[in-house]
Every structure is written in C-alpha cells, then in structure tokens.
Design a protein around this ligand. Structure first.
Ligand code: G6P
Length: 607
C-alpha cells in the first residue's frame, strides 16, 4: 500500500525521491507523485499509473529543490487519478500519507464550514487543510502538527513540507510505519528501511504517536509536547538484496531463494549436530498452555492452517485459527493460559495487528512469526520467532510463506517435546527431514521446464482452475489457488478433496483443470479416490506427487510432477514450491505484471 519518502539536504532531491519510490513499488500502488520547494513555493509533479509515467513527466518538466517528499498511492478514498495522487497540497503545506483518517468527514465538514475549498476526494486532504488552518492561526509548523495530531483518528503515517521552510520536514505516525534515516548532511524519512536503503543504513523507527522534525543535520522526536529519544539502529538491508539478480521477476528470484533462506532459518531453530529444535526463550510454558489461537491474513493465514495440523498432532494442543479481519470483530472468549500466534511477513498488516491487540487484551501470551523484526506486530508481541527470508519484494508471497512454515514446524516440534508428546527419536527424525528440505526444494525448482509447460499448455487458457488436497495438503491447495488468481487473474479455488462431491464436482468438465496436491501420506488413498472421481467426469488432472503416487495415478493425469518423497510433516513446505511455479509460469504465459499484480498491495495497512 502507500509508500512515503521525504528528503532534506543541500543537493537536488528529486532523483533521490524517485529512487526511493522505486524501492516502495513492491507495496502496490496506482499513482505516484513528488513535491519540492522551489524558491520557497511548493511545486508538484503527479501522475496516474506506474512510476515510469512520473519519470516521463519529470523528464519533460524537471523539479529542482533540496527538500522534498514523494509518494506511491494505493487508492482508498477517491479513485486513482492525478487529482487524488499525493502529495496533496494547499498553498501552505504539502502532505504524503499512508493509512486512513477515520474521522475525515467530520473534520472536512468543519473545515468546509470555515470556508476551505477541497481539491481532491482524499481523506488526506483534511490533514493538509487542518494544518493550513492551524498555520493561518499563527501557529508554527511544530504547533500546527502537534494540534493536528490531537484531532486525527485512524491509522496513519504522514510527512509534511511547508511553504517557505527549506529548513524543516515534519513526520508523524500512528499505526502505520515510518522510519527516519540518518545521512551525512542529509536526512530522510520513509515508510521502511527498504525505502531508506539507497541512502543510509542508520535508521530510527518511530513509535505510535511520535512526531518528528527533521533538519538537514538531524531529527527531534516528540510525543505530544514532550521530546523523546529513540534508538538509531543499523539496518541489515543492503542495496544488493533489493535487485532481481539474473531473474526476470522478483517472484522468480524469491522462489529460487527458498532453499537458502529456509537453510538460514533452520540454522536459527535447529541444532544440526544433535538434531534438536532450539527455540528462543519463550514467555510460555507449553505444558501449561490450554489453547493456541493463530491469526493472520492472506497467505500467512494458510501458514496458520498448516500449523494447526502440526500443533495438534505433534503437541496435542487444541488450536483455533481465524483470519484476523474476522477475529478482531468477533470478540471470542479466550481461555486462561492461552497463547496467540500472529503470523505476518510485513508485521504491519492492520487487521493482524488489531487481532493481536484483542488477544493481548484477553490476557493471551502473544508470539509472532514475522519477517520484519522492527515491525509493529513484532514490537507488540511478548516474543518474536523471526523468519529469515530477507526482503520480499514480489507482492505474491513465496519465500516468506515457506519460512513461516519452517518456523512454525520447529515451534510445534518444540511444543511437542515440552509437552512430552514427542520422543527424542521422533524429534530427531523430524529435524532430519527439515535439514534435508532445502535440497528437496532445489530438486523441485530444477523441474522448472515442466512447470513452464503445464502453465503454458494447460493452465494459461483456462477460465477456472480447481486445486484439491487433503490433510495438511489442503491449505497448500488453497495457497496454490490464491497464487494463481493473484498473478494470472484466472479464477481458481482450493478445496479439501473430500468436499469436491459437495459442490465443486458440478463444475468439472474437460475445460477445468484440477491440480491435485497429493504426497504419499496417510490420506493418499482418499485423495486418490477424489482424483478418480474427477477423472470419471472428464476432468483434466495435474498431479503433484512423489514417485509412488505418480506410479499409481500418473497415467490418468494430463501432467504429473514427481517430487522427492519426504516425511509427511515437511511435505506442505515442499509442495508449496510447485504451486508457486505453476502460478508463476501461467502468469508469464499470460503476460501479466507478475511482481505488481493489479489492485493488490504487499503491506495492507488499511482495513
Ligand atoms: C497481502 C499480500 C499477501 C500477504 C498478506 C498478509 O495480501 O499481498 O502476500 O500474504 O497481505 O500480509 P503479511 O505481511 O501480514 O504477511
């Protein structure tokens, strides 16, 4: 969703603003813009669509200035258009904003009654108008910002540029993330460390309700009227991590990175010599935990679904799972000694954060599985189990999902051991299977040509595709369908194989491919029956299995992929890779925008 950057220094800033916006493209957006001060006046360039449009506008109509702000907008209030693109400005102030001002209508009514004229359909404009109204009441920019913060409701991150003030940029956050970058004679403010990576590794993460005054030499941070100190941290993100390498898309690069990032994650959670799980110190005693609640959104929710099978089977722990956007409003009673695990790549997803806060208010111990350790979800948890996936740029999650699964399986093994449900031999066997996993994933990636062929010849022309799986392969069927619809725009549904006969089988004909996720495991015979039922109705089957499964069913499939035979507990992690590659090559065959699919955002910071 929206990305923010601000730069204050002594050299022209527009190239830096555009460079940072490129780093924020991954979040998803539909318009973009920059504003600087030119001879003390706010000057803007804004365009609908991708950054190339903004670059073309800037080439025609360059924007000088040594202080400026930039924005990529994912439309919420008001359609994507130049008029609604940020920076939103009055003659006094220009604003870039991420989030939603929930009381914007009430504020707008007041401001209109004051005689102010609005030029856009955005909620953001109330902030610009409110600041302007405060400035016209002879407040300083600092006073104007402090007062405005008192009036705003909702989650937001803001950066403001003031007419005639080459010496300051101001930022504020509540809910949405905002970070200050410390340079040498130049200071930066942006959505995250990725946006700041081209300029500096020295980063200060602002806390909720902080507001900040930046000069070219430093930053002063306030809460209300009180100055506060925040740590300057060294960001681990390097410029090199942000490139596509030799790959055509970030998504493909990130699929290929899975063996190495799963290996890195395992180094943190497993002791290879003893084959024992090594979890960080957790603020919960698994023997006393009465119930586990897991919550997340999108792909991360499917990680919770898989983990439910693991925690139930390996730790004999009752598990509730629910998408965060429902959990947060359902107000379920939660048991004493309960643990809640929030799973999120970005650690920023607003619904997941709200569900976490609800569980915390219900006195649950909060653990989070996140990829961004400085994120709000990480900071509000009692303990963090980090995934070591590195920055994920493709909007469709790949390596973040498989590392989430890896961490959750290690956690379920740890809980199983603590609850004396797993013998040492079993733990060693499971740990051994995890250790071998990167090699098996490599083997799956090595079959890329076959995925390309299936994508091009079987899936790309379909109008609908079904994915089926049973047991812990069911969430992988859901993830396969989600990946396909996200990036190829083909309608796809995931189903538990046993549910086919309760509805979806009515759709089966030779035009509807059915992808069957079927490792040889305890429910293989059951999924084999579902396979036969589809075949009997003329369905076009794509079988994902191991040599044994393919030898039983492969002759009846339109295409089969033979994956390495693995311990069933790790199969969901391995079988994710083929569904990723099927979606990827289908999207490539269709020529869609793989890394930035239409309407989707990477970090969902609004409800
Ligand atoms: C968006 C992304 C998905 C992601 C979901 C949850 O929908 O496009 O890839 O799974 O948000 O994001 P999170 O950062 O909380 O994992």
């Amino acid at each position: 969703m929206c990305g923010i950057i601000g730069v204050i220094g002594n050299a022209p800033v527009t190239p830096s603003l555009v460079e940072a916006l490129k780093r924020l493209e991954y979040r998803g957006y539909d318009s973009a813009g920059v504003a600087t001060l030119v001879n003390g006046h706010i000057e803007r360039r804004r365009t609908e669509g991708k950054l190339v449009n903004l670059e073309a506008r800037l080439a025609k109509d360059p924007l000088p200035g040594t202080i400026g702000i930039g924005h990529t907008r994912w439309a919420t209030h008001g359609k994507p258009s130049e008029r609604n693109a940020h920076p939103i400005a009055t003659d006094q102030v220009a604003i870039v904003h991420n989030g939603i001002i929930e009381n914007f209508q009430e504020l707008k009514n007041e401001l209109v009654a004051e005689g102010r004229r609005f030029d856009s359909d955005t909620d953001t404009e109330v902030v610009a108008q409110l600041l302007t109204s405060n400035l016209e009441r002879q407040m300083s920019p600092q006073q104007a910002m402090g007062k405005a913060m008192e009036r705003l409701r909702g989650a937001f991150a803001l950066v403001a540029l003031f007419t005639g003030r080459h010496d300051i940029l101001m930022g504020a956050r509540r809910g949405s993330s905002l970070a200050v970058g410390h340079g040498d004679g130049e200071m930066y403010i942006g959505t995250d460390a990725l946006a700041l990576a081209p300029f500096t590794k020295r980063v200060t993460y602002l806390e909720d309700d902080d507001w900040v005054v930046l000069t070219a030499k430093g930053a002063t941070i306030y809460q209300g009227q009180t100055e506060v100190k925040r740590e300057v941290r060294q960001s681990g993100i390097s410029g090199a991590m942000m490139g596509k390498g030799n790959h055509r898309h970030f998504m493909l690069k990130e699929i290929h990175e899975q063996p190495s990032v799963i290996g890195d994650t395992l180094q943190t959670y497993l002791e290879p010599a003893t084959r024992l799980v090594t979890l960080p110190a957790l603020p919960c005693d698994w023997t006393k935990v009465s119930r586990l609640t897991m919550t997340a959104c999108g792909t991360a929710f499917y990680a919770c679904m898989v983990a439910k099978y693991w925690f139930e089977r390996l730790a004999r722990l009752p598990v509730d799972i629910e998408v965060a956007s429902e959990l947060r409003y359902r107000e379920p009673p939660m048991s004493e000694n309960g643990v809640c695990i929030a799973v999120s790549q970005s650690g920023e997803t607003v619904d997941t954060l709200a569900a976490l806060r609800y569980a915390k208010a219900q006195k649950q111990t909060i653990l989070s599985v996140v990829n961004v350790p400085e994120s709000a979800i990480a900071r509000e948890s009692h303990a963090v189990l980090p995934t070591l996936a590195g920055p994920e740029i493709g909007v469709a999650s790949t390596k973040a999902f498989t590392t989430q699964l890896t961490v959750l399986l290690a956690a379920a093994i740890g809980a199983g051991r603590a609850r004396r449900n797993l013998s040492r031999e079993e733990e060693m066997r499971l740990a051994g299977a995890l250790i071998e996993l990167p090699a098996h994933i490599n083997a799956a990636i090595g079959m890329e040509e076959q995925f390309r062929w299936i994508g091009q010849e079987i899936l790309a022309d379909a109008r609908d595709v079904l994915y089926i799986g049973r047991g812990s392969s069911f969430p992988i069927a859901l993830e396969g369908a989600l990946k396909l619809k996200e990036i190829s725009y083909i309608h796809a549904e995931g189903y538990a194989g046993g549910e086919m006969k309760h509805g979806p089988i009515a759709l089966i004909d030779e035009m509807v491919p059915v992808v069957v996720v079927a490792p040889s495991d305890a429910v293989f015979d059951k999924i084999a029956s579902n396979f036969e039922q589809v075949k009997a109705r003329g369905g076009k089957l794509v079988l994902l299995s191991d040599a044994e499964g393919v030898s039983r069913l492969g002759s009846q499939a339109a295409a089969s992929i033979i994956l390495p035979r693995v311990e069933p507990a790790v199969a969901p992690i391995l079988y994710t890779v083929p569904v990723q590659l099927l979606a990827y090559y289908t999207a490539v065959a269709k020529g869609t925008d793989v890394d930035q699919p239409r309407n989707l955002a990477k970090s969902v910071t609004v409800e």
